[in-house]
Design a protein around this ligand. Structure first.
Ligand code: DLL
Length: 430
């Protein structure tokens, strides 16, 4: 079922025309209303009328997170401040955050995109969504909330944390869907198991939407099995509304990126050259419908690829692959480039590994992985632990080409994150 069949299955050529029309409107809006963009365009001698194809977007300069920070808080608004009805910020913990303003119709359009996402994964009016993302400046909870309200589902605005109470709410309100971060979902699934709750017998959950941080296919499988549900990947960022930018359909093979609202490009993060579909690189997004704070060629820093094939679900909007990592998350050990995601992939595919882990960087040559393992391996037999440790070291070495130090921990040792998790502890003094 579709929320908006006409737009979701739009023919490629019609979509291109719609994108061009909206791109030109957007360029005009920022050129005439945002001095930052006008100066940028004038510096390279580009006028709005010069953009006469979607491809011509590659002539325009990029917008970076620093540009948003330098124009904090209201420097990038394209309509008067009085027209704004909401501000969200990015989750940065130090210094000024990125502030993103929304007009009333920006909020409405963001909610509409969420409605598409929910309906394409089977959500209906009679569903109950427990929203376990943080309510507040973070877009995660509120943007989802407004979208779910559009579909007409019952929302339980629980926010994160207090797991015992979450389970009570799930039972009492017959929650059928969860909106949750992957790290908290792993914790929740384990908590449910250790309390002897049988999700099939005692709960009503059918599906969960996981996003806001990277996680592996193995993590998805683990959560699906532990809770006996379907897990759908959800991608977004504050700068582009928050959740609802790209979302998996029932095929669970890549996330449809709503191309009538965003132009997606993949670039080489170093050369800034635009790469063809199917090639891994940094995702760059341009808003096509934003009134309050349009952004042109925004460098997300997220590494993914555009899946070239059509999706069997009938939607024509191209899909992006799982986010492989952020270009600024990459670290170097012994001269080798490593993404935290590679470590998670290995850990979650290793039998006996529990839910939580931490990556500790001590120097340019040393990498320590602290990982919680199944309780029954701490049975007093040292050989069991040594074998497990060797298994993890070898699997990581094979993937990373660098031999890490591995510390085995009992479940519950590492801090549990309810919001975005902090997996990498960087103690290097450079
Ligand atoms: O995390 C918006 C969001 C909320 C998305 C809830 C999905 C669900 P920010 O706090 O601005 O916004 O963080 C955005 O989080 O650039 C990615 O690096 C990362 N991220 C978001 N979704 C995913 C995902 C929200 N599904 C940043 N997989 C993005 C991997 C993700 N990384």
């Amino acid at each position: 079922m579709f929320w908006n069949e006409e737009l979701e299955t739009i023919k490629a050529s019609t979509l291109k025309n719609l994108q061009l029309k909206r791109l030109r409107e957007t360029i005009g809006r920022v050129y005439f209303n945002v001095p930052f963009y006008r100066d940028r365009f004038q510096a390279i001698n580009i006028k709005p009328e010069d953009i006469n194809s979607v491809e011509a977007i590659s002539r325009l300069p990029f917008t970076t997170r620093e540009d948003i920070l330098n124009n904090y808080p209201t420097g990038l608004l394209a309509v008067p401040r009085d027209e704004m009805v909401r501000v969200h910020t990015s989750s940065g913990t130090t210094g000024k955050p990125k502030a993103i303003f929304f007009t009333k119709s920006d909020i409405d359009r963001a909610a509409d995109l969420i409605a598409r996402c929910l309906v394409m994964t089977g959500m209906r009016k009679n569903d109950v969504l427990q929203n376990m993302m943080t309510y507040g400046l973070f877009t995660g909870a509120l943007v989802m909330h407004y979208g779910a309200e559009k579909v007409g589902v019952l929302i339980v605005p629980a926010g994160p944390g207090n797991t015992e109470r979450q389970i009570m709410l799930m039972k009492d309100f017959h929650t059928t869907a969860l909106h949750i971060t992957p790290s908290y979902a792993l914790y929740l699934a384990d908590y449910i198991k250790t309390k002897g709750i049988d999700p099939k017998r005692d709960l009503f959950i059918k599906r969960a939407y996981l996003g806001a941080e990277p996680y592996s296919e193995e993590t998805r499988k683990k959560i699906e099995e532990m809770l006996a549900i379907d897990v759908y990947n959800s991608y977004g960022l504050s700068e582009m509304n928050g959740p609802g930018v790209a979302f998996e359909c029932e095929m669970k093979r890549g996330m449809h990126l709503w191309e009538d609202n965003f132009i997606a490009e993949i670039i080489d993060p170093d050369t800034e050259e635009v790469l063809p579909d199917g090639t891994k690189g940094e995702l760059v997004l341009t808003t096509l419908q934003r009134e309050g704070m349009p952004l042109i060629r925004y460098r997300t820093r997220d590494i993914t690829l555009i899946i070239p094939e059509q999706c069997a679900c009938g939607r024509t909007h191209r899909r992006i692959d799982r986010i492989f990592g952020r270009s600024d998350d990459m670290f170097i050990v012994k001269g080798v480039n490593i993404f935290p995601q590679q470590i998670e992939n290995v850990l979650m595919a290793t039998k006996g590994v529990a839910q939580n882990y931490q990556i500790v960087l001590e120097s340019l040559d040393n990498l320590t992985v602290r990982v919680e393992i199944a309780r029954d391996l701490f049975d007093g037999n040292v050989t069991h632990l040594v074998n497990m440790q060797n298994k993890i070291v070898e699997a990581l070495k094979k993937e990373l080409l660098v031999k890490p130090k591995v510390e085995l921990l009992e479940p519950g040792t590492l801090p549990v994150s309810e919001g975005k998790s902090k997996r990498v502890i960087d103690n290097r003094t450079l």
